[in-house]
Design a protein around this ligand. Structure first.
Ligand code: ARG
Length: 482
């Protein structure tokens, strides 16, 4: 609604007290009260979960004899028809009815009369919304989990393809040691696997059913909470009614997991931006994931990657926003908690879009393996291999070997040449024990091939890891690392 041209504090009219709770009210809420109070504009997203929760509640009420079988049948029919109405876009959502719970319940009474009015026995909107929202977050976790798995698969496939292709490995964004492009991509697979683990943990803790906690204290009716929990595929009912209606930990854990996931995607996006900048030219993004400049015809802009990087802000903001809503709320329910949904919906949309964009970019990108190989050997990237040779062959202590190598790098740098171009005499001037054999460790390929330690960048390791993950993602159990 628009508040434009409204008097600032419109007074209530006596005409339209709320049909659901207006019994003790002489008048209806002001427009401003209605505007600040209503959540239907966004919580209509919970309609499927709300209907599922009500169906389970009605089945339980009938099972224990609180309502008749006939009433349950009427409720079931009515709710099913309402579901069809909403799915078809034929449902008239009303702001006066505040939220999805009262919109559906009011419509049910309209459709099936008295039976509909019995549905709210032994429950409250407080346990209802807590249940609906858990169901929604559970579905969202399942959807995002599939997307994360798909991105992991895309990365592992590209890693197999580039298991032996060198690229410069960086620390401080300074060339450090050669690695393979496949190894670099597999680093993200490990990160994303932890993200899936966090989502799975969240799901496991979330999977308790608040329904039946009622407003805050439980109910005097002989309800069967185990039955509703089971019908809604929860592991068990929640144990404390006060906690059950005031707890939003599941939403916070979910947003925390999404924030960490978004941070990973943002790092990947940042690398994509760097890699496809012309000074690097490590990769080329496909036309499908690139935009042009309206003024510079030569430009290919990685907007999708930049937006993945940026949407992290929105996801982190959702977490901070909800943490701030929840801190300091006394038990049990308070209307502040209605502000829990929008951040969760927004973060879910953003995460789903970011995952899809990363998936597309990774699957479509072309690796410029010649450029990566050329740069992999620059910046004295095999200096550590000289130090390691001195330790391994001449038994020089590593710290001494590091100094000798540093002097060799300084010599090469002074002549603007690579380490492999230093003569044996120049090498021996720094360490007389050096033999021709040292040149065997100076190539990029030799450096990479030597890194066979567990988790190291040797092509054989990368191939084994990528294959292990692809097998695991295809449904076979994940073997132990190694
Ligand atoms: N729309 C409300 C919410 O999202 C539902 C619960 C309302 N409960 C209440 N006692 N007013 O939190």
């Amino acid at each position: 609604m628009s508040l434009k041209n409204q008097p600032p504090a419109q007074t209530a009219t006596t005409a339209n007290a709320n049909v659901q709770w207006g019994g003790r009210f002489a008048g209806g809420p002001s427009d401003i009260m209605q505007a600040i109070n209503a959540s239907i504009s966004f919580d209509k997203a919970l309609w499927k979960q709300d209907i599922a929760g009500s169906l389970a509640h009605a089945a339980m009420l009938a099972h224990v004899g609180i309502i008749s079988k006939d009433d349950e049948a009427a409720i079931r029919k009515g709710l099913t028809e309402i579901g069809a109405e909403i799915a078809a876009g034929d449902f008239a959502f009303s702001e006066a009815l505040e939220d999805i719970h009262m919109n559906i319940e009011a419509r049910l009474s309209e459709r099936v009369g008295e039976a509909g009015k019995r549905l709210h026995t032994a429950r409250s909107r407080n346990d209802q919304v807590a249940t609906d929202f858990r169901l929604w977050v559970r579905d969202a976790i399942d959807g995002l989990d599939q997307q994360v798995a798909s991105l992991m698969r895309a990365l592992a496939q590209r890693a197999q393809e580039h298991a032996a292709d060198p690229m410069p490995g960086f620390t401080h964004l300074q060339t450090a040691q050669p690695v393979t492009f496949g190894h670099h991509l597999m680093a993200y697979v490990e990160m994303l696997a932890r993200d899936r683990g966090r989502l799975a943990d969240t799901r496991r803790r979330l999977n308790e059913c608040p329904l039946g906690s009622a407003a805050l204290a439980g109910t005097s009716f002989p309800i069967d909470r185990a039955m509703t929990a089971e019908l809604l595929h929860f592991d068990r009912p929640t144990a404390n009614s006060l906690d059950a209606v005031s707890d939003r930990d599941f939403a916070l854990e979910y947003l925390s997991a999404l924030s960490i996931l978004a941070m990973h995607l943002s790092r990947m996006a940042e690398e994509i931006v760097i890699w496809c900048s012309s000074p690097f030219s490590f990769i080329r993004l496909s036309d499908a994931f690139t935009t042009g400049s309206s003024i510079m015809p030569q430009k290919r802009n990685p907007d999708a990657a930049e937006l993945v990087r940026a949407k992290t802000g929105r996801i982190n903001g959702s977490l901070i926003g909800l943490l701030t809503v929840m801190k300091g709320l006394p038990l049990a329910y308070a209307k502040d908690m209605q502000e829990d949904k929008e951040p969760v919906f927004a973060a879910t949309d953003a995460a789903a879009l970011c995952l899809a964009a990363c998936d597309g970019m990774v699957r479509d990108m072309t690796a410029n393996t010649r450029q990566m190989r050329a740069l992999a050997g620059s910046g004295y990237s095999t200096a550590t291999d000289i130090a390691d040779w001195l330790v391994r062959v001449l038994k020089v202590p590593f710290r001494t070997a590091h100094h000798v190598t540093g002097r060799l790098v300084a010599r090469a740098e002074a002549q603007n040449i690579g380490l492999a171009e230093l003569t044996l005499a120049e090498m021996q001037a720094e360490e007389p024990g050096i033999t021709q054999d040292i040149y065997s460790v100076l190539s990029v390929d030799a450096s990479i091939a030597s890194r066979t330690s567990l988790g190291g960048t040797a092509a054989s390791n990368v191939m084994a890891q990528a294959t292990r993950w692809l097998d695991a993602l295809a449904g076979t159990p994940i073997p132990t690392k190694g």
